[in-house]
Design a protein around this ligand. Sequence first.
Ligand SMILES: [Zn+2]
Length: 405
Amino acid sequence: MDLTSTYIRAVKSLDQIDIAVLVNNIILDAAQQKASDIHIEPWESTVPIRLRISGILRELTHLPHEFLDRIAGRLKVMADLVTYETELPQEGRAPASPDFGNVELRVSIFPTVRGEKIVVRLFDPQNRSFDLDTLGFVSDTIENFKTLIRQPSGLILLNGPTGSGKTTAIYSALCHLIDAHGPTISISTVEDPVEFNLPMISQSQISNSRGFTYPKALRSLMRQDPEAIMIGEIRDPETAAIAVQAGLTGHMVISTIHSDSTVGVYARLINMEIEPFLLASSITGVLGLRLLRTICPRCKVEDQPNSEHLTLLPEGFVNETTFYTGSGCDNCSQTGYHGRVAVTELLNSSETLREGVIQKLRTSKLLDIAIEQGMTTLWQNAMAKVQRGVTSLEEVIRVITVNQL
Ligand SMILES: [Zn+2]
């Protein structure tokens, strides 16, 4: 597939371009290619339009510099932002419209020395179902995860880099609770941003500029009698303390946290000055998540991975495995990959692990305990997908840190 914007190809001269139509067409191109984000930014000599597809940025087209301010202006109008403001970051949303593929937009504008950098995130409100069973988790993980979220109290944390499917997994967990309990459960969320509106759930949008911060929202929310609480992200000690407390006092709390590994969330929270014994008693599970691109079925071929990568694997595994990759075709825009699948590791809190946390054992020691207690690691789950020919060894190495062997 030629990635030049459909509209650019259709016009004869750049002078004829109608900016509103151009912007609509860029979004339409992105939506049709199932991109998650559009990046528009001033480089030295051009303004590249890039799309993030299956986690990877790719160039759609390049435009002359004089288009940038007009595109920014148009997107500001669409997202209800201040059009004359060019020196401060702005964020806004635009509702879905048939003019640009029925996707909702979150527009983020950021000043750089060469002009405004624009990132538009696309959400397809029609096409989203939040079902734990369709995320691609292995069945043991789904069952264990469902057991965790159906407990009446405790803190469940999801961990993974941006774009690893955490929001989808967390929304699916909440929808699972609604399916299980119907109108007998009260679920509230505080999020930044609210990405999709879910039925039967009270979702709130944090606004730091108005002082409606995570801690402030959560303190009030505790008086709203919720049974399950979703916190978009734990990123400060105050939010962490409230989340832990809520998990200990009869609420199912689910949230995300950044750390370098699944087991590493304990160290991250200890660094936020949460007492280890509180973590040990409140955290019931941690789910590590990554997304792997899956090999395009139309150009899938056997592959001989490079020897450096093979040295990372046990000899027995190499001998027993037929490796595959995608050679690139029109179906996958010559990338060799089409679609993505989740890969997980679910840490279930156990007595031994809790003792380890209280003793402030190093993350590597906690990992040993988790594996001893039966945790299948991200790497092991990913290797099972390599063995089944779902993804390539190269893709696993790109996404998963090898020290998680
Ligand atoms: Zn292909």
